[in-house]
Design a protein around this ligand. Structure first.
Ligand code: FEO
Length: 168
């Protein structure tokens, strides 16, 4: 069993993870439109990963005998000024998600809900990786600056991203 409060908070995070997927899928369409297929692929993979995060919450809510309640998904932004602006958004979005996970952990601790705290620790670690990846890619895009050659090389590199075991 989880408390009613916790059930609400877990459902809200399920929604936030699906929204993250929607946001990254929207970024994928932005890159498809600008013919940066490698960048679009990176975002598609990121979107799939977010939906999996959402399903981890879905499964956990069910396992605790609570109810999954699906709410509307907010419309994501659909345009960015530049690839750099999009990746800056990735980093700021992941920092926001880290804050949401931290708030959930705080709630689990305050309720002495050790099982939920334990479940959430996977996400605490995942957010370290998510921010690290976002910072790394942002640095690469910044370094590329106006160089079309480096940008093309990055596009090729991002085209190879697949769902790896470490990303599950
Ligand atoms: Fe589900 Fe990118 O955090």
């Amino acid at each position: 069993m989880v408390s009613e409060n916790m059930e609400k908070a877990l459902n809200a995070q399920l929604n936030a993870e699906v929204y993250s997927g929607y946001l990254y899928l929207s970024m994928a369409t932005y890159f498809e439109d600008t013919d940066l297929y490698g960048f679009a692929n990176w975002m598609r993979v990121q979107a799939e990963e977010e939906l999996e995060h959402g399903m981890k919450f879905y499964d956990y809510i069910i396992r605790r005998g609570a109810k999954v309640t699906l709410e509307a998904i907010e419309k994501p932004q659909i345009e960015w000024d530049s690839p750099l602006a999009a990746f800056e958004h990735v980093l700021s979005h992941e920092q926001t998600v880290t804050g949401l996970i931290n708030d959930l952990v705080d709630l689990a601790i305050s309720e002495k809900d050790h099982a939920t705290n334990n479940f959430l620790q996977w996400f605490v670690e995942e957010q370290v990786e998510e921010e690290e990846n976002a910072m790394e890619i942002l640095a690469k895009v910044k370094l590329a600056g106006d160089s079309r050659e480096i940008f093309y090389a990055l596009n090729e590199e991002f085209a190879t991203r697949t769902r790896g075991a470490s990303e599950e």
